[in-house]
Design a protein around this ligand. Structure first.
Ligand code: ATP
Ligand code: MG
Ligand code: MG
Ligand code: MG
Length: 469
């Protein structure tokens, strides 16, 4: 049985063998691309090749791309720990044609890899095509010999792919693996398609358009191909397990978390170990690219991911900062493929430990408050927005941390109330300001306070207080 590292290599070697240029992963923080917060798919680094703005010596390529879906159009943060297939950070394997081959060759290459090299049985495979894409439908019949009931036409946006609100996009065709009757869920397009039985693992995008503005979609100069296969998902399939978290890579991370906490991997603590393993990867890869926790933009996404993981560490009973202790295991598993992790090991370790140390005291106090405030709330109830805001403002709880904490009980947060409380506080702070009367100074000061946030100051206070204890 192949490990994750070999499966990545098998994919890339196959496409190199088919004449594709092996291109290194682009960064998680896209370069020169203000439209995206993070790289959410393999095509991001190639946008200008699809539109024809840029030319390179090759017209086909293959990559294993670092992706993060925790903000923006693609956001899977809330899925982590609850589904078997979603991560914040994951690797997307892809092959690309920049005006070179189109649908027929893309389908042929994909079918070959999946059935001949990965040896997946044909009777466990299913594909979808965009509702009016008769061409793709016909090609799947011809090339793969799939019967009509295994080629499903989908009308929804699930079969029209775009990285962001603008940029190259197009209809797509996806490959699903049937994990068998033992797993709940229906085929794509059915009412219970969100179940895990039919696992989507490869998306072939037929790049045909450039979305220039919301109502302005133009044809690309030359039709192109962009595909994305989740490494974690294909690994689960090839290793014969029904969750990404049972692959060799995640098993190693979860084992480290189990050893550090002494709490079992399965049972009621399972989700927490999974969240920790997932968020460890996301946090470490972000820090390796120089993103540091802060109260705005990308840094705030990182902080939210880190603090969310810390609450789960707390749930597992960890008395001291936990995340930084798992870094060596991550590096052992992924350092060879991603040397930036090795280079940044010291920075990653320090950043994780510092953030956890600083947040620890307010986390405990905030959780106490949350417990009191939500006492008596049950499934379907909502926590008042004021309370969620107090947790945010005084204790440094990102909204999603509070939501995540309440979710197992079926309790939600009044998000409108939370936003209203936030606006009210900003307005009050402005009104209470009796400063110099110089408009410019006030603008700068309030801009700064809103960006840095009150909890940032509290954080330093807490550090001092801790030192005194
Ligand atoms: P899903 O429907 O399961 O949320 P998706 O349709 O959003 O997946 P795509 O945008 O089509 O995913 O991305 C291409 C491939 O990348 C998917 O088929 C899957 O293998 C992988 N992938 C997407 N999102 C994630 C994620 N959050 N974690 C792990 N792998 C993912
Ligand atoms: Mg998705
Ligand atoms: Mg999908
Ligand atoms: Mg998809």
């Amino acid at each position: 049985m192949s490990g994750v590292n070999e499966i990545r290599k098998t994919f890339v070697d196959y496409f190199v063998g088919e004449g594709h240029e092996h291109v290194a992963s682009g960064p998680l923080v896209p370069r020169n691309d203000p439209t995206l917060m993070f790289t959410s798919a393999g095509m991001v680094q190639f946008k200008n090749l699809f539109t024809g703005v840029e030319r390179r010596p090759y017209s086909t390529a293959t990559t294993a791309q670092k992706c993060l879906r925790a903000g923006g159009k693609h956001n899977d943060l809330d899925n982590v720990g609850y589904t078997a297939r979603h991560h914040t950070f994951f690797e997307m394997l892809g092959n690309f044609s920049f005006g070179d081959y189109f649908k027929d060759r893309a389908i042929e290459l994909a079918w070959n890899l999946v059935t001949k090299h990965f040896e997946l049985p044909k009777d466990r495979l299913l594909v979808t095509v965009y509702i009016d894409d008769d061409e793709a439908y016909g090609l799947w019949k011809k090339i793969a010999g799939l019967s009509d009931d295994r080629i499903i036409r989908i009308a929804s946006s699930d079969n029209f792919w775009a990285a962001g609100d603008t940029g190259p996009c197009g209809p797509c065709s996806e490959i699903f693996f049937d994990q068998g009757e033992g797993v709940a869920g229906g085929p794509p397009g059915s009412a219970d398609e969100d179940g895990d039985r039919f696992l989507e693992f490869w998306n072939l995008v037929f790049m045909q358009y450039d979305q220039v503005a919301p109502n302005d979609r133009r044809p690309l100069p030359r039709p192109s191909i962009d595909t994305g296969m989740g490494l974690e998902r294909i690994s689960a399939i090839l290793q014969g397990v029904t969750s990404n978290y049972y692959t060799d890579l995640f098993r190693a991370l979860i084992r480290a978390s189990v050893e550090a906490t002494g709490v079992p991997a399965e049972g009621p603590t399972q989700a927490s170990h999974r969240v920790i393993a997932d968020h460890l990867r996301a946090s470490s890869f972000l820090v390796a690219e120089g993103v540091l926790p802060s109260n705005e933009g990308r840094g705030y996404v990182l902080r939210r991911i880190m603090r969310r993981a810390m609450r789960h560490a707390q749930l597992l009973g960890a008395r001291d900062p936990l995340m930084w202790r798992l870094v060596p295991t991550l590096i052992r598993e992924m350092g060879a493929a991603y040397p930036e992790l090795v280079r940044a090991e010291a920075l990653i370790t320090e950043t994780l430990e510092l953030e956890e140390t600083r947040f620890r005291v307010t986390l405990t106090r905030g959780l106490g408050l949350l417990e009191e405030a939500s006492e008596g709330l049950a499934g379907g109830d909502r926590l008042p927005g004021e309370t969620a805001f107090k947790l945010y403002d005084t204790y440094g709880f990102p909204l999603d941390l509070t939501q995540d904490a309440l979710r197992p009980r079926g309790v939600t947060v009044d998000v409108d109330g939370f936003n209203a409380a936030m606006q009210r506080q900003k307005a009050e702070a402005r009104a209470a300001w009796s400063g110099s009367g110089e408009a410019a100074t006030e603008t700068v000061w309030f801009g700064l306070r809103e960006r840095v946030g009150p909890t940032e100051f509290l954080g330093y206070g807490v550090e001092r207080a801790e030192g005194a204890v």
